[in-house]
Write a protein that binds this ligand. Sequence first.
Ligand SMILES: NC(=O)c1ccc[n+]([C@@H]2O[C@H](COP(=O)([O-])OP(=O)(O)OC[C@H]3O[C@@H](n4cnc5c(N)ncnc54)[C@H](O)[C@@H]3O)[C@@H](O)[C@H]2O)c1
Length: 348
Amino acid sequence: MERYLATLDHEELYVRRGPRSGLFTIVAVHSTVRGPSLGGCRLWSYADNRAAVRDALRLSEGMTYKSAVAGLALGGGKGVIVRPPGLVLDPRLRRAALLDFGDTVERLGGSYVTAEDVGTATRDMTVIAQRTRHVSGLSRRAGGSGDPSPFTALGVVHAIEATCERVFGSASVRGRSMSVVGLGHVGLRVARLLARAGATLVVADIDRAKRDEARALGARWATPARAMTAPVDVLVPCALGGVLDHDSVTQLQAPAVAGAANNQLASSDVAQLLLDRGVVWAPDFVANAGGIINIAVEFEPGGYDPARARMRTREIGDTLRRVFDTAAVGATTPLAAAMSVARENLAA
Ligand SMILES: NC(=O)c1ccc[n+]([C@@H]2O[C@H](COP(=O)([O-])OP(=O)(O)OC[C@H]3O[C@@H](n4cnc5c(N)ncnc54)[C@H](O)[C@@H]3O)[C@@H](O)[C@H]2O)c1
């Protein structure tokens, strides 16, 4: 395993071919130290099955640290349904694969709880729930916590405020300039919240149809490349991962970066480059934890309550302040500090 896949640091890895669909279903449980492992079910196509297993192992580990740094009573896990390259899932096959995945989750007896992820949506969770009760993120009508995006956006805004406080001495975004790259489910909501709070916005998306949103926000529209290097106070990446690499960081003009996009650093050494260039970076897995914080409320005594979810999401600001303080004391990067806070919480 170690030789062919990845360093194994996990509690469980379950690979099972679904009898209905014939597709491989995979669940990796990295840690249940703080609670049941939670992580989305990714329906994705890979070059080969090893790559799919590797992805489940890697992503489940990331979930352990994301939940731990947020102080949640959850561990890290991830599910994958492997779609063979070129295979189109018609509705019948898709349903069969989701039911197969539900059986896989059920066999793990609650050590893994699934949720939506790339390639799956809330309605898919309803199908999976026919085979297992270890499902989160069902619709509000079905008793779940529903769409996580508004909570992710709220958390990102609190992360931006904590970052402004660190860089400019005040958490207020009023009068600050910000560049929001990616106006999707999260980015558009972040932009609206920032505009309402008095920030001046540059916005960008590869989808030019989003230009109308810029007008509605009173924001300046830019190409994604220009928005990334705009001379603003805060860069807010809300599209894809890997946007901060050795090239893009040397062109950054913003002294602060805080956004929703997952895996913003192309490689972990970019964290040091940002520090060396005096750019304060809010680690993505701290800033974008609002979605999982919202889901975690489903597991609290009394069940899901949106007001409690909002309250918990606001705590992202304080978590990030602790990360920045830890980084300052240790003269290290916010990435290293966030990992150290997560490890402390795992050990506690
Ligand atoms: N939805 C959540 O609750 C949540 C939670 C945690 C993390 N995230 C992360 O936040 C990011 C955004 O998530 P989302 O749910 O809003 O996704 P989304 O698909 O709704 O939105 C992404 C937007 O980015 C645009 N985009 C894609 N490539 C771009 C590029 N190169 N430049 C500019 N725009 C580009 C797309 O056109 C789309 O409008 C992702 O990285 C996601 O993994 C989302």
